[in-house]
Design a binder for this molecule. Structure first.
Ligand SMILES: Cc1cc2nc3c(=O)[nH]c(=O)nc-3n(C[C@H](O)[C@H](O)[C@H](O)COP(=O)(O)O)c2cc1C
Length: 211
């Protein structure tokens, strides 16, 4: 039985969002194919995802200097504790499905905050004399991303930084398998929008058979 985290970073729902529509097609099919797996939905717009702020930095600093967790202020405890909970949940999962829209060439800021919560030395990667080494070597990940223009080929390829950032982080964590499923070009070609969406949903269902 695998544990799957279905991590969505979108404020709307699947009738309004192409990425969530493809994400839902994927995860519903995945659940049908793998009825015994545990799928946990983390809706980053509904969950509390602390940003790394002054409380977090001072709380981490106190822990590093040997103070006990109970000695942190209540704000530090709440934020540092929540970040640690998110990181432990990430490590305990086997598979990750990220769903994001492309906004200004990247993903919504809450996704960066989430990735900050799981990028922890000694947990998801470690420092060695040869440099950092990823510790999540038995996981697999998928990123479903809708983007109004075309980025998988052509002149805009270099501008896309959301999928590329996730790719960098998955490699950094040692995750050996990371794929992308893109719904793209529907704003640039509005007459083809419905067809683009339906194709993406069909690809999502296909991919869910073997993920
Ligand atoms: C705030 C914002 C920024 C956007 N930035 C880009 C962009 O940089 N490149 C692009 O091709 N489309 C951009 N778009 C269009 C979205 O990528 C497109 O509508 C996509 O379908 C969004 O995903 P969704 O359908 O899941 O909401 C932007 C849309 C919004 C609302």
């Amino acid at each position: 039985m695998a544990k799957v985290l279905y991590i969505t970073a979108h404020p709307l729902n699947e009738t309004q969002s192409f990425s969530l529509a493809a994400g839902k097609a994927f995860i519903d099919t995945y659940k049908e194919v793998n009825p015994n797996d545990e799928v946990v939905h983390i809706d980053l717009y509904k969950e509390s995802i602390p940003q790394i702020d002054a409380d977090v930095l001072s709380g981490w600093g106190k822990l590093r200097s040997g103070q006990a967790f109970e000695e942190l202020s209540s704000e530090e405890q709440a934020k540092v504790g929540r970040l640690s909970e998110l990181c432990e949940q990430f490590i305990a999962a086997d598979k990750y499905v990220f769903v994001t829209p492309l906004w200004n060439f990247s993903f919504p800021p809450v996704m960066k905050a989430y990735l900050d919560s799981v990028a922890v030395a000694g947990k998801t990667f470690k420092y060695t004399e040869q440099g950092p080494v990823g510790l999540l070597t038995d996981k697999k990940a998928l990123h479903i991303q809708a983007r109004g223009g075309i980025y998988s080929e052509g002149p805009a390829t270099e501008l896309e930084m959301g999928h590329r950032y996730l790719d960098v982080m998955m490699k950094f964590f040692g995750v050996p398998s990371f794929e992308g499923l893109f719904v793209e070009g529907h704003n640039a070609m509005p007459d083809k929008a419905q067809e683009i969406k339906e194709n993406a949903i069909a690809r999502a269902k296909d991919l869910a058979q073997t993920f």
